[in-house]
Design a protein around this ligand. Sequence first.
Ligand code: NDP
Length: 297
Amino acid sequence: MELLDGQLVSRKIKDTLRLQVAQLTTEGKKVPHLAAVLVGNNGASETYVGAKVKACAEIGYKSTLIRLEDTISENKLLNIIEDLNNDVDVDGILVQLPVPKHISDEKIINAIHPSKDVDGFHPINIGKLVQGQPTFISATPHGVLLMLEHYKIDTKGKHAVVVGRSNIVGRPMSILLSSNTNTGNCTVTICHSHTRNLKELCLQADIIVAALGRAEFVTADMVKEGAIIIDVGITRVPDASKKSGFALKGDVKFDEVAPRCSYITPVPGGVGPMTIAALMKNTFMACEERNGKVLFD
Ligand code: NDP
């Protein structure tokens, strides 16, 4: 079994980006600028946004963190996004999800200009992804692809079972794995809460992507010997032995699954850091486009 080390791979990607940013500076061009919007004070969201802002600082990007009260109206938030869309210095915009219940996720995602949608959630970018056109790939699935690429994992012809069909993880992941690309060409089965024979399907999988958000759901008896396991889930589970009062658990029961598989991502330290690396890559691409390079048609 080989561990797919998200910390290591993300560090390498960030090191490359740091050199590219230094090159931009040498050429007198603007450096990438990411604007992150955080509504409310959800602990997990604070952690994720904090990690994204920290990554910007490490690489040499400019970042702006806009913190808003959870009572902010939908209209006010939409106006803030519009201002960021019009700000020529801002290359990428992300609004950390989830937003409070009185605000529509969909309206917020649709309001971000597609050229600044570095999370890759806008319907135009998802549409391009479906058609195999170059675009911002949703950060988490993009991070998974970068991981597969780094470890030179041959996906061609493999049966991938993706558990979870959300618009931000499971669905784009299933499309990307089935695409005619180096990290695709899989035969994909996508599962959800109404899937009847999940265990049997997982047992047929050469690759399992677990993205359902249920701690330690995938157990050893669901995994074929030699399978590749990508664990996207992050759930905070109460743990009195931790200073924070919780432990982070993936969707896979790591200790019993790891000995059965060929590759596995740990939680933490697997897909999480790769999501941030992918977001940083997307932000760099957004900046390049604004610097005049045509990456996307
Ligand atoms: P969602 O809650 O939006 O989607 C969960 C999906 O899992 C749904 O499609 C749901 O089915 C399906 N599901 C739920 N229970 C079951 C079950 N028992 N059997 C089969 N399918 C099930 O979650 P997200 O996609 O946003 O996130 C999934 C996990 O990944 C979470 O733990 C989240 O924290 C984590 N995450 C991690 C990231 C990272 O950087 N590592 C980034 C983003 C998310 P249905 O559609 O029928 O409801």
